[in-house]
Design a protein around this ligand. Structure first.
Ligand SMILES: Nc1ncnc2c1ncn2[C@@H]1O[C@H](COP(=O)(O)OP(=O)(O)OP(=O)(O)O)[C@@H](O)[C@H]1O
Ligand SMILES: [Mg+2]
Length: 251
């Protein structure tokens, strides 16, 4: 029990509904460096979970471990997605099973238009949304379908990165700092689309330095500190707990 925040990371916070994505006691290393130090949390289907913490807390490393990128290397623990053992999978198998990581740098492919970036995402099955459906959600992308992807504004590039994920048959969207460098009005626009994506049944984990924006969007929050979970509860609880925010989020 953390006497300052009242949070007990060892308590059972699971709801009675079976978890859709279950991360259990994962430990991951970059070489000899022990970075993800026994992280556990559950995410329910269609939920948005904010994964928060200070710089270097291990947020990106946790997302990379869930996506099974191999770096950091998972050495202990289990990750289950809808009863499937992600911890036994390589990254391409995790992707085929519906995990999609949108990294911080967005990885828009140079030399390709918006539409070509989307078409490329659709080359291999399993297929997700049609390009028309994507343009319905992101009209800005439809208007710029012939523009080279890398010349889009930061916000539009983030939309393209999310849109590209939707072109695959995804179940869980892992977003690493989607709001980074974006104006508040664009953050609001992206948050609106993430709500629509949630209504379509997609489960999302959002990592954000802009904790307030992420908490306003999320149902639940997990806070990491030096590679361990220090809070797991409702997003509202974090917004209302000044001490927790000051201690682990510096806001
Ligand atoms: N490739 C790597 N090799 C060795 N150590 C790494 C590597 N990548 C990250 N680390 C270390 O792992 C720790 C966690 O990093 P991580 O990127 O997961 O943090 P984060 O919470 O995403 O931070 P930020 O908010 O700054 O993005 C840090 O101490 C970082 O220096
Ligand atoms: Mg990071």
């Amino acid at each position: 029990m953390n006497t300052q925040t009242g949070f007990d990371p060892n308590a059972n916070h699971a709801s009675t509904a079976p978890a859709y994505l279950s991360v259990w006691d994962i430990e991951a290393y970059y070489g000899e460096s022990y970075i993800v130090q026994g992280v556990s949390f559950n995410v329910h289907e269609g939920e948005i979970l904010a994964l928060l913490g200070r710089n270097g807390a291990g947020k990106t490393s946790t997302l990379r471990t869930i996506a099974r990128l191999g770096d950091p290397e998972l050495k202990h623990g289990e990750i289950w997605l809808d009863h499937k053992p992600l911890h036994e999978m390589k990254s391409y198998e995790a992707a085929t099973n519906g995990i999609s990581l949108v990294p911080e740098d967005r990885r828009i492919i140079p030399g390709l238009t918006v539409e070509e970036n989307l078409k490329l995402a659709q080359i291999a099955p399993p297929h997700g949304w049609s390009i028309d459906r994507v343009y319905d959600l992101f009209p800005r992308l439809g208007e710029r379908r012939k523009q080279e992807g890398v010349t889009l504004s930061g916000g539009e590039q983030q939309m393209l990165a999310i849109a590209r994920a939707l072109c695959r048959d995804i179940k869980v969207l892992l977003l690493d700092e989607p709001y980074e460098g974006l104006a508040p009005v664009i953050v609001q626009e992206i948050a609106k689309t993430l709500n629509i994506i949630r209504e379509q049944g997609i489960t999302t984990i959002i990592v954000e330095q802009n904790a307030v924006a992420a908490l306003k969007l999320a149902d639940r929050a997990v806070i990491l500190d030096t590679g361990s979970v220090v809070f797991d509860g409702s997003a509202k609880e974090v917004l209302e707990n000044e001490q927790l925010r000051a201690q682990y989020l510096a806001i």
